[in-house]
Design a protein around this ligand. Structure first.
Ligand SMILES: *Cc1c(COP(=O)(O)O)cnc(C)c1O
Length: 337
């Protein structure tokens, strides 16, 4: 995985873990975990126990798998059975896990989502009774905006809280945090979306390798006269004589309807604008003057020619949503090693 190695170079003194939650952001947790392990990743994060059990099966014994959402009464036994390491996010989880083995601890430094707050740190330490902590972590609320003042505030809070745990490895940064700079790296970074081709920043993303390609075949090619309209709502009229292609891709496949009239497909090495609205299973693109436009030819909607961060910006959403909305479609296309 080229992108895992990108983070390896960015953070040469930190462990580069791999976040594979949400089925590796829709790419398929089994294939992605194997590709990442092959590249050298030895530490993985999932959101849930169910995901972690799949990843354990895919990778076998050895790699450490942290479960970000932590244990619940129902699944606490699964952790031991598959040698999973919970991240403890609350006093209740700390008490539930007491005496069961190594864990990670999530400290909230300003996101107010998961984690024990600063005022809970003293009771948390008492409840942990000296149990081994394999990780002490927190999560940035505003990492996507590298200049946001909240980043430095959270960095300071985390560094202060971490002094209570002098032996534990520390982790603050996900993809965006890892890009802010080395102050944010600590002992371990936790990139997710960066592994799958997005810098995770609001602007000025680094060019990461496309980890998934979404393509669909042309079903029909049509010659259309000036003034004719396309698709539902007849929202686009041909300004001149045009050649168009109807492609077997739609919002039911995960191609967001918001990209109607804004997105593009790539064919013959060029971007071919989407004309009018996107249907459930069909998209119309402008292929005027494109010799490659023949029934059966494959049009790329996400991949090296249609970068994830660019598609996300055109759709007015985050790269995370583009990937997870494509989910099953991405899996059909596969993960690059
Ligand atoms: C999802 C998540 C990550 C990975 O985030 P990216 O922005 O995809 O790199 C890391 N840490 C936590 C706690 C997360 O929830």
């Amino acid at each position: 995985m080229e992108n895992w190695r990108f983070f390896r170079k960015r953070a040469p003194n930190a462990v580069v873990a791999a976040v594979v939650k949400a089925d590796a952001y829709g790419l398929g947790a089994v294939a992605a975990s194997r590709a990442l392990a092959k590249a050298g990743a030895r530490t993985f994060f999932t959101a849930t126990v169910g995901e972690a059990l799949l990843v354990r099966k895919a990778l076998g014994e050895g790699p450490q798998i942290f479960v970000l959402n932590g244990p619940s009464v129902e699944d606490v036994a699964d952790f031991a059975a598959a040698a999973l390491t919970p991240i403890l996010n609350s006093m209740a989880q700390i008490q539930m896990w007491a005496g069961r083995g190594p864990a990670g601890l999530h400290i909230d430094t300003g996101m107010n989502r998961l984690g024990v707050g600063p005022e809970e740190l003293a009771p948390a330490m008492t409840a942990l009774k000296g149990a081994a902590l394999d990780l002490v972590m927190s999560h940035l609320a505003c990492g996507a905006d590298v200049k946001h003042e909240m980043n430095a505030v959270q960095l300071k809070r985390f560094a202060d809280a971490a002094t209570l745990f002098p032996k534990a490895p520390l982790s603050l940064a996900a993809t965006a945090g890892a890009l802010i700079g080395p102050d944010y790296h600590f002992d371990l970074i936790r990139p997710g979306v960066g592994l799958y081709g997005s810098g995770g920043l609001d602007a000025d993303n680094p060019a990461l390798a496309a980890a998934a390609t979404i393509e669909a075949p042309i079903l029909q090619v049509r010659d259309v006269n000036a003034g004719e309209t396309f698709g539902y709502g007849a929202t686009f009229a041909a300004p001149k004589k045009m050649r168009t292609a109807t492609v077997a891709m739609g919002y039911a496949d995960g191609y967001l309807r918001a990209l109607g009239g804004r997105g593009y497909g790539v064919l013959g090495g060029a971007k071919r604008p989407i004309l009018g609205r996107i249907s459930m299973d069909l998209i119309i693109i402008d292929v005027t003057g494109c010799a490659e436009a023949q029934p059966g030819a494959r049009v790329e909607f996400l991949g090296p020619g249609a970068p994830l961060d660019e598609v996300a910006a055109l759709a007015g959403t985050a790269s995370y949503e583009i990937l997870t909305t494509f989910a099953g479609t991405v899996r059909k296309t596969g993960v690059r090693g």
